[in-house]
Design a binder for this molecule. Structure first.
Ligand code: GRG
Length: 314
């Protein structure tokens, strides 16, 4: 398997998702290595749908770099692709808990804690996060010091994105802004809303693209380009998420809509209005495209994926 050479974005999405779906199950521990109940709970959330945007970004960024070097991209990128989906799924499980967003619908199905209880949902999320880094350290299994160096660099990027300076830090600010931390309420301004989104959702999206580029052996200037591109796409993703919370269809989204307004949460639509929020998302895509042009990376799936992120209805 030398790369992902699909002819259209649709076939790239289908082909890559097929590789990812198989690998997600294969890379996750099962009995007798872990309790049956934990295995079932992790798989309930992980294998229960989802767009697989973050794994797609890992593979697309790796492919964008590998086109220039002929690297065996899938073998190198698939563990990172699955690891970011493990982390994303853990964040959804924890976010749905009563102590956070308290939601009962996710990916079109009852949330994990409503099926298995809060304790198992917390532990399944914890396990998915740990397994993500165990996987990135373990695979691809190679004695090549260059591959080891790429793995360490990718682990560092993904770990920062998942933790205090990334997703968890952003979630803390989100809880404060939603008035859910007694004595620590926070009023967000447009710049602090942007900073919160860049951490909460943007960081893992950026790290997915960067992790794929790192695993494919990108040069420093290419890494800088993918870093800036991933930041724009991450922000666009969250702005669109805010828009879909207002005008999206709950059945297509597989989750509850209208929650931000009901919770009086500051969002791009509440601060700027729908039309300006749409223009801001489109401006992110324009800037993302300019970065690819500047770095000669348009011969890839990255442009089409950025457009898909803006146009998505789920
Ligand atoms: C609990 C540590 C912790 C963090 C949670 C990102 C996050 C922080 C929570 C997710 C809550 C949420 C719905 C955020 C809005 C943006 C988002 C991440 C939506 C879901 O991602 P998609 O659309 O979901 O990629 P699928 O199901 O397609 O994978």
């Amino acid at each position: 398997m030398t790369g992902v050479r699909s002819s259209t974005l649709a076939t790239f999405l289908v082909d890559t998702r097929a590789h990812v779906e198989g690998a997600l199950d294969r890379f996750l521990p099962a009995p007798p290595d872990c309790p049956q109940l934990l295995s079932e709970a992790m798989r309930y959330s992980l294998l229960g749908g989802g767009k697989r945007l973050r794994p797609l970004l890992v593979v697309a960024a790796a492919d964008a770099i590998a086109r220039r070097t002929g690297t065996r991209v899938l073998e190198l990128a698939l563990p990172t692709a699955c690891a970011v989906e493990f982390i994303h799924t853990y964040s959804l499980i924890h976010d749905d808990l009563p102590a956070m967003d308290n939601d009962c619908l996710r990916r079109g199905r009852p949330t994990l804690h409503t099926v298995y209880g809060d304790g198992i949902a917390i532990l399944a999320g914890d396990a998915l996060q740990g397994e993500a880094f165990a996987l990135m350290a373990r695979e691809p299994n190679s004695d090549d010091p260059a591959v080891t160096a790429r793995k360490v660099a990718a682990i560092r990027v993904v770990a920062s994105a998942a933790a205090a300076t990334g997703m968890v830090g952003g979630q803390v600010v989100d809880l404060q802004a939603a008035g859910q931390v007694p004595g620590h309420a926070l009023a967000l301004t447009p710049p602090s809303l942007r900073a919160m989104h860049l951490q909460k959702t943007g960081a893992l999206i950026r790290a997915s693209a960067l992790g794929g580029a790192l695993m494919a052996g990108a040069e420093p200037s290419q890494l800088d380009a993918i870093d800036r591109w991933g930041t724009e796409v991450g922000l666009a993703f969250q702005i669109v998420d805010d828009i879909l919370d207002v005008e999206g269809d709950a059945a297509a989204l597989g989750k509850t809509t209208g929650k931000d307004a009901a919770g009086d949460k500051p969002t791009y639509t509440s601060l700027f209005g729908l039309e300006q929020a749409k223009a801001m998302a489109a401006a992110c895509a324009t800037r993302a495209h300019a970065i690819l042009v500047e770095h000669n990376l348009t011969d890839s799936w990255l442009d089409a994926i950025a457009d898909w992120v803006i146009a998505r209805r789920n």
